[in-house]
Each structure stands twice: as structure tokens, then as C-alpha cells.
Design a binder for this molecule. Structure first.
Ligand SMILES: Nc1ncnc2c1ncn2[C@@H]1O[C@H](COP(=O)(O)OP(=O)(O)OP(=O)(O)O)[C@@H](O)[C@H]1O
Ligand SMILES: [Mg+2]
Length: 223
């Protein structure tokens, strides 16, 4: 993953306004373990923080999340419901928050769809790219933290904490494909991604996040 480690912040579509940060990685990689810390970091620096997640983040989105995680459905329906939830999320929460100048921290976003429904399920990635262009448009994240861990490690972590949902019930091959999907996204956009070794200790991961957050803050202050 070292080719994707370019800690250059590139506030792009959201420059001059808010900051859009996403966390990505397979189930059990360690994303949620850091969201509160990141939120505190930005709040302590006087920024309004909107902490949210996908699928979810709105009333409709949370209802769709429930369906997506627990109700059997076809793969196309799964893909389209993910984008339906995302469309609502952007319109109702993410875009208004960025326009107010907030820092939006989102646990999973469009990279998850490419990785899970694209590489994991094997759906046409050109179709996903079309939906992403239509639904997300210019509102792409400024920074994405990718937690990379082998599927077997993530599976061990998950089994220790809770029963599996529809995605978590997939086998190791599925999660290795998802991991590969994330890797492809990171390689395609090295300036947006910061790839983290999800097997590093929590303090080491925090240190990397702190360093990158300082860098992002500096960039924001200079724009
Ligand atoms: N760096 C780490 N080292 C060891 N264990 C970790 C590390 N990071 C997270 N964990 C543990 O792994 C488990 C899963 O972590 P977490 O819930 O943050 O993953 P997640 O990526 O948010 O998963 P999901 O996608 O399923 O929500 C938790 O029990 C957490 O304490
Ligand atoms: Mg989580």
C-alpha cells in the first residue's frame, strides 16, 4: 500500500468551505474505533463537526441501512439502495454541513460501494462509476483514511464482538476482493487517500491520524 501513502491534503470541491473526511476499510478493520477521536480533534480546534455514517445518516438512510444489513435482496437492489441512501445523505446532511463550513466525518462512503458491490459482489464497476458521478458529483471527500487489514484478521476481530450482518456473513475471499477494491481506489487517487496499517497499534494509528490532521488544518488555514 506504500504507493498510496501521499499525505498531501487536497481540499478540492469543498475548498473554502468545510472539510469532508471519510473512513474506509473492510468490516473489522478499525474505522469506528477512531471516529470519536477525529471528531474531538476538530472540535477542539473550533470547528463544527458532523459525525455520520453510511449507509445511514438520515431517517430514510437509517431505515435503508436496516434493510441493507438484514434483509435478503438481489445485488442490483443492494447497489441502488446504497446510492438512494447516499443521495439523501448528501442532500440533507453532508452538503449543507460543508456549506456551513463544518468538518464532516463519515464512516464509509462511495469507496465502500466500489469495493463491496463492485469487487466484492462483482457488479459492473462502470455502472457504479456512472451512479457515483450522478449522485456524488463534485462532493467527493477531501481526505479518506483507509484501514487495511487482511480479511482473516478482520474476521477474528468481528467474531469477538457481535453476530454477523449480511455483509459480515460473507467469506474470506469476498473480503479479500473488497480489500483489493479499496486498494484500486487508493492507487487511482493517491492524494485523497491516506492508507493506514490496520494491524498497527491504536496509539500508532492515532499518531498517524494526528499528523495528517495537523497537515489538513494547516492547509485549511492557508486557503
Ligand atoms: N489497531 C487495532 N488493533 C487491534 N484491535 C483493533 C484495532 N483497531 C480496532 N480493533 C478492534 O477490532 C474490532 C473492530 O474495530 P471497529 O469496530 O473499529 O472496526 P470497523 O472497521 O468499524 O468495523 P465495521 O465495518 O464492521 O463497523 C473492535 O473490537 C476494535 O476494538
Ligand atoms: Mg464500524
Amino acid at each position: 500500500m506504500s504507493a498510496a501513502r501521499h499525505p498531501h491534503a487536497s481540499p478540492t470541491a469543498n475548498a473554502g468551505a468545510g472539510l469532508f473526511i471519510t473512513l474506509e476499510g473492510i468490516d473489522g478493520a478499525g474505522k469506528s474505533s477512531h471516529v470519536e477521536w477525529l471528531a474531538a480533534y476538530w472540535r477542539e480546534r473550533g470547528r463544527e463537526v458532523v459525525l455520520t455514517r453510511e449507509p445511514g445518516g438520515t431517517e430514510l438512510g437509517e431505515r435503508l441501512r436496516e434493510l441493507l444489513l438484514h434483509t435478503p435482496m438481489g445485488q442490483d437492489a443492494e447497489l441502488l439502495l446504497m446510492f438512494a441512501a447516499r443521495s439523501e445523505h448528501l442532500a440533507q446532511r453532508i452538503v449543507p454541513a460543508l456549506r456551513r463550513g463544518s468538518v464532516v466525518i463519515c464512516d464509509r462512503f462511495a469507496d465502500s460501494t466500489f469495493a463491496y458491490q463492485g469487487l466484492g459482489r462483482g457488479l459492473d464497476t462502470a455502472w457504479i462509476a456512472f451512479l457515483e458521478a450522478r449522485v456524488v458529483g463534485a462532493h467527493r471527500p477531501d481526505r479518506t483514511y483507509l484501514f487495511d487489514v487482511p480479511a482473516a484478521v478482520a474476521a477474528r476481530r468481528r467474531s469477538a464482538v457481535r453476530p454477523a450482518d449480511r455483509f459480515e456473513a460473507e467469506d474470506e475471499d469476498f473480503f479479500e476482493r473488497v480489500r483489493e477494491g479499496y486498494r484500486q481506489r487508493a492507487l487511482a487517487e493517491p492524494h485523497r487517500f491516506l492508507c493506514l496499517d490496520g494491524q498497527a497499534t491504536m496509539p500508532n494509528i492515532r499518531e498517524e491520524l494526528a499528523r495528517d490532521s495537523e497537515h489538513l488544518l494547516e492547509k485549511l488555514l492557508n486557503t
